[in-house]
Structures are given as C-alpha cells and as structure tokens.
Design a protein around this ligand. Structure first.
Ligand code: CAA
Length: 284
C-alpha cells in the first residue's frame, strides 16, 4: 500500500474524526469543506480532543502538535491533486456525492483511490459517477471515529480486488477492525440492523408502551448497549435516521421501513438531537 496523503471531503462530525485518526497515525491529511470556517472549527474540535488525551497522558504534546501539523486545511477540491486516497464524508445526498466525485476525477491522479463514507447509500451508484468505479469502494466509519473500532469496507459492483485490499490494509493501519461487505446493499451490515431497531423503539413510544427514558434504560440494562435508542437518535441526529429509513423504504420497496411519524414531527419542531441542543433529551 503506497498511501501517504489522504484527502477528506467534508469537515463535519465524521470527516473530523477520520482526519484526526489518520493524522494521528502519521498520514498527511488534506481536509476540505465548502467554507474555511467549517474546516477551522473542525480542527479546533480535534485539538480540544487531543488536548484531553495529552492531559490523560495517552499521547504527548509533541504527538498532538505533529498530528495537527500534518493537516492541511482547504475549501478547494483542486488541493486534492496529490492525494493517494480520497474519503468523502459529506451529507447523505446522492447528487452531491456524485458531483463531488465527478469533479475529483478530473483533478486527482489516475491511481488515486476514491472511497465514500456513506452510511447507507449505494456505493455502486456513487462510483458510477466517479469515472473510476474499479478504484472506488465504501470505507464506512462509526461515530465517534476515534473511539469506534469498526470499519465496514464495502464492495461496489466494479471495485477491483486491489482497491478492496488497499481499503482493508488502510483500515488496519488506523487501528480499526475492518469487515467486508461483499455485496452493496442499503445500510450495509450495521445500519441495516440499527435503523429498523431504532425505528421500532419510536413505534413503541408512539404506541405508549413505555417512556423515552424507560425504553433507553431497558436497552442499556437489558442488552448492555452503551446507549438506548433515543440517546442514539439524539447522538447521530434524528434527521439522519429518517433519511436512512426513507432510503430503505424506497430501495427495498417496503413500507415497513418507513420512519415513524414522531421522528418526522421532531424534525419539523427543529428538535433533531444533540447538534441543535434538543432531541428526545435537552442538551446544554
Ligand atoms: N470524539 C472522540 N472521543 C470521544 C467522543 C467523541 N465525540 N465522545 C467520547 N469520546 C471518548 C472519551 O474521550 C473517552 O475517552 P477515554 O476513555 O480515552 O477517556 C471515551 O470516549 C468514553 O467517553 P465518556 O467516558 O465521556 O462517555 P461514555 O463512556 O458514555 O462513552 C461513547 C461515550 C463512546 C459515545 C459511548 O456512549 C458509546 O460507545 N456509544 C455508542 C456509540 C455507537 O454506537 N456509535 C455508532 C453509531 S452508528 C454509526 O456511527 C453509523 C453511522 O453510519 C453514522
């Protein structure tokens, strides 16, 4: 594997986590968002987390500074021209993802590998717009990226063996445990299981079977999950879970996947979770 420079498209929660982990493992990282202020804020968040690790004596001040020095901030896709691997972590919007990769195909080197961090959408469809479907795959991280050990490596219909091997090796080099998703299917493994379970929790709530707090307590103490489903809704964003549920409904042509009404009402009320200060719970 000859990967030295990673381009991360999107400096939101996932892009920030991916950039942080890659920089800590010695990769040069180019982090791009549409506005420099988003990238600045992303690197400030990273610096805060790394400061905590220094205080806990998990890393040294020098390691922290070296990692931050390896990150180049930009708002231009052109700055990815020397990247060896691109990981896209923008909003779950198929057209947006396709247009980014289509543009990158004209900017990047012939042998640059493209990967999407989509949590549920078709890797094959995104790859089809990239002009290099053989050098394309899914590399799906979990939130919070610095903590979660899993990476799903997803085969697009035309992903080459070499591309998949590179993605597996790269994931291992970040200290993650990759699993292979050999068939491109909505939600892959984890979200295929997680999203219907969360939607079912919303159904329990709508039916008045139990409260938000008691459903969360039941799952945490009865299944030993670190978070209950409503804590998870707030953590990942209710809006994102609705997008994924609707995607499943449409892709599988099965109304059983349709998001519960309460979730849509929460979004209409502007209560999408932690990021906006309120979801099923309130945050300071
Ligand atoms: N970024 C980086 N590190 C974080 C973090 C964040 N956002 N949040 C917590 N951490 C770190 C803390 O610094 C702490 O590290 P140390 O052990 O080194 O001190 C560690 O995680 C534990 O944190 P806390 O003690 O503050 O809190 P906790 O014990 O309640 O754990 C949690 C927090 C790790 C988030 C835990 O609640 C958890 O594992 N939740 C489930 C997360 C999960 O299921 N993620 C997958 C979501 S699905 C998904 O990601 C799919 C998708 O497509 C979007």
């Amino acid at each position: 594997m000859n990967i030295k420079t990673i381009g991360v498209v999107g400096a939101g929660t996932m892009g920030t986590g991916i950039a942080q982990v890659a920089a800590m493992k010695g990769y040069n990282v180019i982090l791009r968002d549409i506005k420099m202020e988003y990238v600045e804020s992303s690197v400030t968040k990273m610096a805060k987390l790394l400061d905590k690790s220094v205080k806990k004596e998990r890393i040294t001040e020098i390691q922290k500074n070296d990692a931050l020095d390896r990150i180049t901030k930009t708002d231009k896709l052109e700055d990815f021209k020397d990247a060896d691997l691109i990981i896209e972590a923008v909003l779950e919007n198929m057209d947006l993802k396709k247009s980014i990769f289509s543009e990158l195909n004209g900017i990047c080197k012939e042998d640059t590998i493209f990967a999407t961090n989509t949590s549920s959408m078709s890797v094959t469809e995104i790859a089809s717009a990239s002009g290099r479907p053989d050098r394309f795959c899914g590399i799906h991280f979990f939130n919070p990226v610095p903590v979660m050990k899993l990476v799903e490596v997803i085969y697009g219909m035309d992903s080459s063996k070499k591309t998949i091997e590179m993605a597996l090796e790269f994931s291992l080099s970040l200290g993650k445990t990759p699993v292979e998703v050999k068939k491109d299917s909505p939600g892959f493994i984890v979200n295929r299981l997680l999203i219907p379970y969360m939607n079912e929790a919303a159904r329990l709530l709508e039916e008045g079977v139990a409260s938000v707090e008691d459903i969360d307590t039941a799952v945490k103490l009865g299944l030993n999950y670190p978070m209950g489903p409503f804590q998870m809704f707030d953590f990942g964003g209710i809006d994102l879970s609705v997008i994924i549920s609707e995607y499943f409904r449409d892709e599988f042509n099965d109304l059983g996947y349709a998001p519960q009404l309460i979730l849509k009402q929460m979004i209409r009320a502007g209560k999408t979770g932690m990021k906006c200060g309120e979801g099923f719970y309130k945050y300071e």
